[in-house]
Design a binder for this molecule. Structure first.
Ligand code: F6P
Length: 369
C-alpha cells in the first residue's frame, strides 16, 4: 500500500547480475531515507515485477538493505530476457513472438504511484531506459557490467571484481602450468571488449593476451609459446577474451535457444584456440580453463562497493534534481551525469594504442600481433 504522503522511486536491476548491484540499491535506499517525503520500491526481476499480474513490487527500507553491500547478485532479482518493449508471448502454433508492453508499463507505474525510476543495468538496459524516457518516463540509469563496455564512464562497478577473479585464476594456473610444463589457456568474459582480459593478463603476468580489439595471428602466439620453452621445459599462460578472433576470422558464438533471450552466447574460444595451436603444429601439453560466471558471482571487492555506493547516492540525488534521461557515470575523479543518447552512441572498446596495451607489450606480453 502506498504511503500517499510520500513520493516513490522504483529501482530495477536488469541484464546479467554483477557484483555491486546490492551496494547501489543500499545506497539509493539509505540516501532516500534522509528525505522524509520519499520511499523506495524495488521491481522484482527487472521490469517484470511491474508487468506481472499480480505485480511484484516491494518496499525497500533500511531493514531490507542492511548489510547487503557485501553480497553478490541482486536482492531484487534480474533477467536478461524480454522487457517492456519485447515481452515474450506464445503464439497459438506454439512458437514465440514478442509484444510491446511499454505503454501498459507506464500506466502501471502511474497506478503504483511511482514518480521516478532508477534502472541499474548495462547497454541493453540503458537502451530500454532511453526508450522509456522518450515516452515520458522520469528515468535515470546506473551503469552496471563486469565487461566495462559502457563508453560514458571510466569504469562500471563489477568490473574490478571480475578482474580480481580472473587474476586469481592466472595466479593459480601459473603454479600448475609450471609444475607440468604445460600451456594453459584461460578464457575470460567481456563480450566484444577485452577489458577483463587485458587487465587480468597484466595483473597476473600472463605471456599472451588475446582480445577482440587486436585480432591474433596464430604464428605470433606460437612464437611466444616456443620462447617460453627450452628442451621441453617451461610453461605459458594465455589469457583469451571470449570475443577474441583470429586475423580475418570471426567471433566464436552460438545463438541462444532460450525464450526472450536476444543476446548471442559467446564462449568456447579457448577450445578453438587450442585446436588452432594443435593444427599449427604445437606439441606441448595444453589445457584450457573457462572461468565463466565465477567472474560475476560472489562478493564485490572494496573498489566496486565504493563506486556502486557513489553511483547509488548520485542516482537518488538526480531524482531530487529531476535530472531525468541521464545515466550516472564516473570520470576520474568526479561522479558525473551523461544523457542516455551519449551513453549509447558508441561501444567502449580497448584502444590498441592505449597506455595499458603499451605497458602489456613493455613487459613482454604477446598481444597476438
Ligand atoms: O555482460 C556480462 C556477461 O557476463 C558477459 O561477459 C557474458 O558474455 C554474458 O554476460 C553471459 O551472459 P549469460 O549470463 O546470460 O550467459
Amino acid at each position: 500500500m502506498k504511503d500517499t504522503m510520500r513520493k516513490r522511486v522504483l529501482v530495477a536491476t536488469g541484464g546479467g547480475d554483477c557484483p555491486g548491484l546490492n551496494a547501489v540499491i543500499r545506497a539509493i535506499v539509505l540516501r532516500a531515507s534522509q528525505e522524509r517525503d520519499w520511499e523506495v520500491v524495488g521491481s522484482i526481476n527487472a521490469f517484470d515485477g511491474v508487468l506481472n499480474e499480480p505485480n511484484e513490487v516491494v518496499v525497500l527500507g533500511e531493514k531490507e538493505v542492511a548489510g547487503v553491500h557485501i553480497r553478490g547478485g541482486t536482492i531484487i532479482g534480474t533477467t536478461s530476457k524480454g522487457g517492456p518493449f519485447a515481452w515474450p508471448i506464445k503464439n497459438p502454433d506454439g512458437t514465440w513472438g514478442s509484444a510491446d508492453r511499454s505503454d501498459e508499463m507506464l500506466r502501471r507505474l502511474q497506478y503504483l504511484g511511482v514518480d521516478a525510476v532508477i534502472n541499474i543495468g548495462g547497454d541493453g538496459s540503458q537502451q530500454i531506459s532511453q526508450k522509456l524516457f522518450e515516452k515520458g518516463c522520469n528515468i535515470i540509469g546506473v551503469p552496471k557490467t563486469i565487461d566495462n563496455d559502457l563508453s560514458a564512464t571510466d569504469f562500471t562497478f563489477g568490473f574490478q571484481t571480475a578482474v580480481q577473479e580472473a587474476t586469481t585464476a592466472v595466479d593459480k594456473l601459473v603454479t600448475t602450468a609450471a609444475s607440468h610444463n604445460r600451456v594453459f589457456i584461460l578464457e575470460v568474459m567481456g563480450r566484444y571488449a577485452g577489458w577483463i582480459g587485458l587487465h587480468s593478463a597484466v595483473a597476473g603476468g600472463a605471456h599472451a593476451c588475446l582480445i577482440p580489439e587486436i585480432p591474433y595471428d596464430i604464428e605470433k602466439v606460437m612464437e611466444k609459446i616456443y620462447s617460453r620453452f627450452h628442451r621441453g621445459r617451461g610453461y605459458a599462460i594465455i589469457v583469451i577474451a571470449e570475443g577474441a578472433k583470429p586475423k580475418g576470422g570471426e567471433i566464436h558464438y552460438e545463438e541462444s535457444k532460450e525464450v526472450g533471450y536476444k543476446n548471442i552466447r559467446l564462449g568456447g574460444v579457448a577450445f578453438k584456440l587450442m585446436d588452432e595451436l594443435k593444427k599449427a603444429g604445437l606439441e606441448t601439453d595444453m589445457r584450457e580453463t573457462v572461468l565463466g560466471h565465477l567472474q560475476r558471482g560472489g562478493t564485490p571487492i572494496a573498489y566496486d562497493r565504493i563506486l556502486a555506493t557513489q553511483f547509488g547516492v548520485e542516482a537518488f540525488e538526480m531524482v531530487l534534481r529531476q535530472e531525468y534521461g541521464k545515466m550516472v557515470a564516473y570520470r576520474h575523479p568526479h561522479i558525473v551525469t551523461v544523457p542516455f543518447k551519449e551513453v549509447l552512441s558508441h561501444y567502449n572498446f580497448v584502444n590498441p594504442d592505449s597506455d595499458l596495451v603499451k605497458s602489456a607489450r613493455g613487459v613482454g606480453i604477446c598481444m597476438g600481433d
